[in-house]
Design a binder for this molecule. Sequence first.
Ligand code: SF4
Length: 181
Amino acid sequence: MERSRKICIVPHCFLNANSKVEGPCRYKAILKPLVYALIERNYGIIQLPCPELTFYGMRRWGHVRNQFDNPYFRKHCREILEPIILQIKEYEANDYEIKHIIGVNGSPSCGIDVSCGSNSWKGEISQIENLEDLKKDITYDNKPGIYMQEFMQLLKEDGIEINFIGINEKDIDKYDFDKIL
Ligand code: SF4
């Protein structure tokens, strides 16, 4: 049988929601509508490492982009992306196509079109007098999360062009996968 020779790179949590920050989640384990759409279209799937799990573990708080916008987290992102970049190069050198890289819109790390940010989301939690006021400072900005910024930059440095797709989990049933995949 001929293999499809086409590959899609997906964020870690779309295949394993257990990696997400503790708390409510929109799906139990796998973002099925997206993953089924990839299976039906014969994509091979590469799962990215989760940058937050591999930096802060499972007991992390929910963060915003501004907290991750530091040289240490960016370095960590680059380090865990390096094996992925090598895979991309090897596939592309051998007539395979990495067609899409999918991200998680809204995430401070993995957002593509949108990521959450706040200048005041920092400091000693026990000293915060009004958490509700602090939450109001969070904005959803039209820029990629830090992990995806580094991914885009690494690809650019190697002259590799791949289509990025941002998926908003809460709208997952509204996507026309025939148009975007
Ligand atoms: S950092 Fe990315 S892969 Fe990890 S849980 Fe958040 S959105 Fe998913």
